[in-house]
Design a protein around this ligand. Structure first.
Ligand SMILES: Nc1nc2c(ncn2[C@@H]2O[C@H](COP(=O)(O)OP(=O)(O)OP(=O)(O)O)[C@@H](O)[C@H]2O)c(=O)[nH]1
Ligand SMILES: [Mg+2]
Length: 459
């Protein structure tokens, strides 16, 4: 970014604004903000208003206090990213006519009408309720497959020809009741609406850094899942993507990792629970438990199986496949057989183990540390881990009840063939559910806002 000729724009900006609570910059004859601007990890920042600037690219990330963003009249903006700012719920970048790339996370409301976006995925916003992407005459692809809570969608006057709403309960209801007269769901008249898709869902879980996102990329043949290159956790929300294999259609659901370095235990499970709910219409076909080779042991598997058992019925283990990543000896039968022997000592595992060594995209950099410091750090690490683990057990006891509540307010699959049906709770499927029940369920869902979990269960 250049503010004035001869000044290093980004550096100048960081030096002048990185400690601010409020940033207000309005373009005009006095200032000349052009090019790219990054606002990254400004810890004090609560509100930002950028107007009439000539920026071409703007990236706002990891500003944890930020709760208000006002962006208007950016006539040259082509790329906008607002991620990792959990307190921002709304973004309005409508009428940024040159905008072609948009990446957002954690929002409940997004307005991006009158732009030049061709492909839009809102899947990093699983709690989004309002999406206005109307009048985007270049928009050919919209992905809302994670957005189970979407209540309002306007994608009218776009180039969309098909849209999968099979996970969007409220839109499905609107579509069935009001069709193209709905005020809550507006779409181009030629749009083919996909209401039901027979898809097998593969849910990926495991520790942070174990290789879940890498596996998701390998399975979907994409680079859509961000991989980590350091000791900090990267995936902060569950992310879903479909792929075809042997004529069958699958969804991969990547998850935040256990022991995520930025989230509490409760937040992690809250997000994992949401990922399970996003598959409710079809059920879960398979859970892939990813374990890094360096941690592979009977105790590690035991722990995770114990966690799953404490939330679901015992037969969930029938649907778990262990994926042992970073396993350089995956071609050696002898090494793999040794792993299988270990598996037999584990808690009655009924599934096989898959061995993989997925290509890392980044090189891990480690500092050389003196031996004494390493010993002290290891002690600290284990002490921390121990108290962490105890806390986790407490949280899970609460979570069990909350999971039940959550399942009661969502539509649950009853067809058990090939899927894990959540049969802890008896619930009618959509086709047999009465209108009165639907209304009740909707009201219960609103009342039972799962955001309240974090307030109740971590005490
Ligand atoms: N050698 C090797 N490296 C791998 C393998 N799988 C993942 N990695 C590397 O391990 C690191 C972490 O992988 P991620 O896929 O980001 O891990 P994650 O489980 O998604 O982590 P979080 O999102 O933080 O929970 C990356 O640098 C990967 O390139 C594997 O099978 N073999
Ligand atoms: Mg990840």
């Amino acid at each position: 970014m250049s503010k004035k000729k001869g000044q290093k724009g980004q550096q100048w900006f960081d030096e002048n604004y990185s400690k601010e609570k409020v940033i207000v910059i309005t373009g005009g004859w006095r200032s000349n903000f052009t090019g790219s601007l990054k606002i990254e990890s400004f810890k004090n920042l609560e509100s930002i208003s950028l107007k009439k600037l000539e920026l071409t690219s703007l990236e706002i990330s990891n500003c944890t206090q930020l709760n208000k963003v006002d962006l208007s009249e950016h006539s040259k903006l082509t790329s906008l990213s607002v991620t990792g700012c959990p307190n921002i719920t709304k973004v309005d970048c409508s009428s940024s006519e040159k905008l072609t790339e948009l990446k957002v996370s954690d929002l409940t409301e997004l307005k991006c009408s009158n732009t030049s976006i061709e492909i839009l995925s809102v899947n990093l916003c699983p709690g989004i309720k309002i999406l206005d992407c109307s009048n985007n005459d270049k928009l050919i692809n919209l992905d809302i497959s994670n957005c189970t809570e979407l209540e309002f969608l306007d994608c009218s006057n776009s180039k969309l020809t098909s849209l999968d709403i099979s996970n969007c309960e409220y839109l499905l209801e609107e579509y069935e009741q009001n069709n193209n007269k709905s005020k809550m769901f507006k779409y181009p008249s030629i749009l083919k609406i996909i209401q039901k898709r027979i898809t097998k869902n593969l849910i990926i879980i495991g520790r942070t850094g174990s290789g879940k996102s890498t596996l998701s990329n390998v399975l979907t043949g994409s680079e859509d899942f961000e991989e980590s290159d350091c000791s900090n956790s990267v995936t902060m929300n569950f992310q879903k993507k479909g792929f075809e294999w042997n004529g069958k259609s699958f969804n991969v659901v990547d998850n935040v990792g256990f022991y995520n370095t930025h989230l509490s235990v409760n937040e992690v499970w809250h997000k994992i629970a949401r990922s399970f709910c996003s598959t409710m219409s079809e059920g879960i076909s398979q859970i892939l438990l990813v374990i890094d080779d360096s941690r592979f042991s009977a105790a590690e598997v035991d722990k995770t199986f114990g966690l799953l058992n404490s939330i679901f019925e015992n037969d969930i283990l029938d649907y778990v496949t262990i994926v042992r990543t970073k396993f350089s000896n995956f071609k050696s039968k002898k090494e793999c057989d040794a792993g299988k022997k270990l598996r037999n000592e584990m808690m009655n595992p009924r599934r096989d183990i898959v061995y993989v060594n997925n290509p890392p995209t980044n090189i891990q950099i480690t500092d050389e540390e003196d031996e004494e410091v390493v010993i002290i750090n290891k002690k600290k690490f284990w002490l921390k881990r121990w108290s962490f683990w105890q806390k986790e057990q407490e949280v899970l006891r609460d979570l069990h009840d909350q999971m039940l509540q959550l399942m009661q307010v969502h539509r649950l699959p009853t067809n058990k063939t090939g899927y894990y049906a959540f049969n802890m709770v008896k619930c009618k499927t959509k086709s047999t559910e009465s209108k009165k029940n639907k209304r009740k369920r909707k009201a219960a869902a609103e009342e039972n806002n799962i955001e309240s979990w974090s307030n109740t269960s971590q005490q």
